[in-house]
Design a protein around this ligand. Structure first.
Ligand SMILES: Nc1ncnc2c1ncn2[C@@H]1O[C@H](COP(=O)(O)OP(=O)(O)OP(=O)(O)O)[C@@H](O)[C@H]1O
Ligand SMILES: [Mg+2]
Length: 588
């Protein structure tokens, strides 16, 4: 029930429209009940007319006219209500979608570490569809059904308390049966939803990694896994169908038996002269009239149960609270010098320690390299500096300001980053570079592209900067993608720069060329360079060597080399002494 309550609460903003729809529905129900009464009067008049030829013919015509007028009015109100229902549904859909998207954009990065994107989209679509159709049907249907049932019984009671009593017993039994059936149905629906979420999650993952799937000869396996899950869904759906029809035949049987009894009872009493023919016609109509809402009750129950099941994960997501947000007293980050300081930072991803009491200072406008084996925690340092995750202990300062106490937006405005896994959008090359600075001119874009050594490539393309690059830049080579990401960082021109393996996909020649541009770019900026390859970090001012989340050694390249530790081994291993040492004036 709480989900239904949440649905009503979440849609409270539209109460005026909602109320209007409800009023119209109620009006239609009243019109529907007026019709049998008019018909009863007509039959009454016809009986009188037939028996003694009273001059009631004109009255009959008037009642006919009234009947047509009521019918037209009901039709008109139904049409308006239908349209308003659509307006309401559309408004609710926009509201629900924007609430979801707003939350998804606000949630911590860590939330997405555990979530399947396909499942998320499926949950969104299901949630929205279920909530909207429930609200729509509820406003244009449910109360009308309820009112029709109540009014019909009241009307019946004025003529025959026995018939009214019969329906008063039948209705709760009917509702109870529906409730029982829908409960069983709901259990299955929750299983179906979970299965479908994982099904869609996998489809999206497989499409995203289609090259890997094909190259690993896993096409058939993936397809068969899909089929087996889909078959499980089918089994559950058929079980739902069985539940539905098992109850359905019993419900229909009891309803039809009561209606037949009404006919027989009314006919018998008419025959006996207790009821008039007109009353018989009225009962017959009322019995038919009540059949529609009672049959629809099961639909309403099914609808509300799917809303409960479907909206559950929607609400779970919308009710998630991001932990990384602006503090109430958060200030704007002001970068004057560009000093970065990690003070005793400890951090674990899901209890898996990634950084252990890490402390270091990056001097203003200096270039600091972070090196270390794969998994040492290098990217984690970038993640924490960007506040994608929160340190478990310790703090990070930029120019003496704790980054947890500044607004996220002001932090992001000061840091340009080239991620280890190049992030590009489907769209044009121009759009992707402009993402770093939306207001930049074409000249600035071209300059950034030249600096990133990608201009020649772009300009020889038939569409130039307007070339579409496919989702995640799939139509580009790894190196081209990286160079575009570098161009994006260049154009954003922020005082702090993070390069996480930014040139790892480039050949030595291209890397060297970009290196020159990067040198220019890094002037007057504080730069963190994360790299495996030592060629990438020549000319840095300081090196931090990480191992298993701890700082193993740190110092200037010359100091570190003399220490003959991990860094020296790394240099020797990569046989790059000549690339690094002459510039630092060292002799091995
Ligand atoms: N999102 C995550 N969830 C859980 N564990 C993670 C996550 N990201 C990284 N890790 C773990 O944290 C540790 C440090 O990862 P990190 O990405 O910082 O390594 P790295 O030094 O950048 O390695 P590489 O050179 O391979 O990029 C690793 O053991 C990794 O398995
Ligand atoms: Mg990394």
């Amino acid at each position: 029930m709480s989900v239904l309550l949440k649905i009503l609460v979440i849609t409270k903003n539209f109460w005026k429209l909602y109320l209007l729809c409800l009023t119209l529905v109620l009006a239609v129900s009243v019109f529907n009940l007026v019709q049998p009464l008019i018909i009863k009067h007509i039959v009454d008049l016809v009986t009188v007319y037939l028996s003694d030829r009273n001059p009631v013919f004109e009255q009959i015509l008037w009642f006919f006219a009234l009947m047509i007028a009521v019918e037209l009015l009901a039709l008109w109100v139904t049409v308006i209500n239908g349209y308003l229902g659509d307006v309401l549904a559309e408004k609710i859909e926009i509201f629900l979608m924007s609430k979801f998207y707003e939350k998804v954009l606000a949630l911590d990065v860590s939330y997405f570490d555990n979530e399947s994107k396909g499942a998320l989209i499926n949950q969104l679509k299901r949630g929205i569809w279920n909530i909207t159709s429930f609200v729509n049907e509820f406003s244009s249907y449910f109360l009308g059904l309820l009112l029709t049932i109540v009014l019909t019984i009241v009307l019946l009671a004025t003529y025959s308390s026995l018939l009214a009593l019969l329906f008063m017993i039948l209705v709760p039994v009917y509702v109870l049966l529906n409730y029982k059936a829908s409960q069983k149905w709901l259990q299955k629906q929750e299983q179906i939803n979970n299965l479908e979420d994982s099904l869609f999650g996998r489809i999206v993952e497989v499409i995203n990694s289609i090259r890997l799937v094909k190259a690993s000869a896993q096409v058939n396996t993936e397809y068969n896994q899909f089929l087996s899950k889909r078959w499980q869904v089918k089994e559950l759906r058929l079980k739902q169908s069985q539940i539905y029809y098992q109850f359905d035949w019993f419900k229909k049987l009891s309803l039809n038996s009561v209606i037949i009894f009404v006919y027989i009872y009314a006919l018998y009493n008419t025959y006996k002269g207790v009821f008039t023919i007109a009353e018989f016609v009225l009962f017959a109509q009322l019995a038919q009239q009540i059949k529609i809402p009672l049959t629809s009750v099961s639909y309403v129950f099914t609808l509300s149960q799917s809303a409960i099941a479907g909206a559950k994960s929607y609400f779970e997501i919308v009710n998630q609270q991001p932990t990384i947000t602006d503090l109430p007293q958060a200030k704007e980050l002001r970068v004057t010098e560009g000093e970065i300081r990690f003070a005793n930072v400890t951090f674990a991803y899901n209890k898996k320690l990634a950084l252990d009491q890490v402390s270091f200072v990056v001097k203003p406008k200096s270039k600091v390299a972070i090196v270390g084996e794969s998994g040492a925690g290098k990217s984690t340092i970038a993640n924490l500096l960007l506040r994608f995750y929160q340190p478990d202990a310790g703090a990070i300062y930029i120019d003496g300001q704790n980054i947890q106490e500044v607004t996220l937006e002001s932090l992001y405005k000061q840091i340009a980053v080239v991620f280890q896994d190049t992030e590009l959008f489907s769209g044009t090359i121009l759009e992707n570079i402009l993402y770093g600075k939306p207001e930049a001119t074409l000249e600035e874009v071209k300059y950034a592209a030249r600096m990133a050594n990608v201009a020649d490539f772009v300009e020889q393309l038939p569409e130039g900067y307007n070339t579409l690059i496919g989702e995640r830049g799939v139509q580009l080579s790894g190196g081209q993608k990286q160079r575009l990401a570098i161009a994006r960082a260049i154009i954003s021109n922020k005082p702090i720069l993070i390069l996480d393996e930014a040139t790892s996909a480039l050949d030595s020649k291209t890397e060297k060329e970009i290196q020159k541009s990067l040198e220019v770019l890094m002037q007057n900026k504080t730069t963190l360079i994360i790299a495996h390859r030592l060629a990438t970090i020549k000319n840095v001012d300081y090196i931090i060597v990480l191992k298993d989340g701890k700082i193993l050694e740190e110092g200037t390249p010359a100091e570190l080399y003399q220490r003959n530790g991990f860094y020296t081994q790394l240099v020797k291993l990569q046989s790059l002494q000549e690339a690094i040492l002459p510039e630092k004036g060292l002799v091995i």
